[in-house]
Design a protein around this ligand. Structure first.
Ligand code: VGL
Ligand code: ZN
Length: 209
């Protein structure tokens, strides 16, 4: 496992119970993620998390684009879902859930108000790259164990970009929950990443090694 890292996507208050963009059952993933954090720590393996980190004027927020929450449309030529105000920089909603064990390495995304940024690696237009890939390369990581929120958005696009950057990817099936605007969005996302080469794994399979 030497070159493996745990990558936890957006386990922030706004995506958890009572949050502005609440993901159903989000809180249920915290216990297995914490068990993995302990496991990776004990083995001195690399752990990193992302934060969705929007300025107040972000145009993915329905209110800033003259849209209704949940509308599908376009933002600067890219297809866009319009969201409630969420994960505003330095707000309570942008903090990691308090039960999540501390993670030292954090990558921020979604700072440009003109473009949404689901993946931890690139913005949705693939014009801006975060420092995630560089940090992983510096730490000689070639294999990622990915969990977090939300299955059908930030987790999905992070996994797809990780595959395109040639990482081996294990998607942690009991450590993800989805928005599911359509009820099968998360199932479809899991099917798609699997077809593109991600492996599906339950955290228990790792903990029992
Ligand atoms: C996310 C919608 C908007 C996510 C972030 O973390 O999956 N979803 N911003
Ligand atoms: Zn967002």
């Amino acid at each position: 496992m030497k070159n493996s890292a745990l990558l936890i996507i957006d386990v922030q208050n706004d995506f958890c119970l009572k949050g502005a963009l609440e993901v159903k059952e989000a809180n249920s993933i915290i216990t297995p993620i914490n068990q993995l954090i302990n496991f990776f720590k004990k083995k001195s393996l690399f752990i990193i998390a992302t934060k969705d980190w929007h300025p107040e004027n972000h145009k993915s927020f329905a209110v800033n684009s003259g849209k209704n929450i949940g509308d599908f449309g376009e933002l600067n030529g890219l297809s866009q879902v319009f969201w409630p105000v969420h994960c505003v920089q330095n707000s309570f909603g942008s903090e990691f859930h308090k039960e999540l064990l501390p993670i030292e390495n954090v990558v921020y995304k979604g700072e440009n108000p003109e473009v949404d940024s689901y993946s931890g690696f690139f913005d949705n237009g693939k014009k801006f790259k975060t420092n995630l890939d560089d940090i992983l390369k510096k730490n000689e990581i070639n294999t990622l164990y990915i969990g977090g929120l939300a299955t059908d958005y930030c987790v999905k696009y992070t996994v797809l970009d990780a595959l395109s950057l040639s990482y081996n990817v294990f998607l942690l099936t009991d450590c993800i929950k989805g928005v599911n605007i359509n009820t099968d969005d998360s199932d479809k996302a899991i099917e798609e990443v699997k077809q593109k080469g991600a492996h599906l794994i339950n955290s228990k399979e790792i903990l029992n090694i």
